[in-house]
Design a protein around this ligand. Sequence first.
Ligand SMILES: [Zn+2]
Length: 142
Amino acid sequence: MRHDVVQREPDLLGPEPIRPWNYIKMRRRAAGLTIEQAAKPFYQRPDHRACCEANLRTFEMPQVRVKDVRALDLPRAFPFDAGIYEMLRDLPQDEHPRLCVRCGWDEWTPQADREGGDTTWSGDLPGHCTRCEQDARRKGAL
Ligand SMILES: [Zn+2]
């Protein structure tokens, strides 16, 4: 049996794929929420708080794939597309939907940019949406 060590060649393979656990974290952060804030819609009693926060932390851990992501009802807390999560979880990388590499936005999701327009793909910052491009510009990164 051969055990080849495969080292990624970023120039040949393109950018790192967005994994399902990345997607949850990206969407939560794009909404400007901490784990604690994102967990709030999921508990009514204070003694459930720690459990809900721990669950959210788990969903964002590398290699964690949620089987029934729709049952989590994450859109209660932040914009999240369970169908995209399932594609990232179940399909090979070349069949993944195109997502903003920073916030996980997809072109089928209406989202206002920072200037009151509709988010679209950035012309200046490859792989990014215009909202993230505007953030980068504001921070002086562009
Ligand atoms: Zn973005």
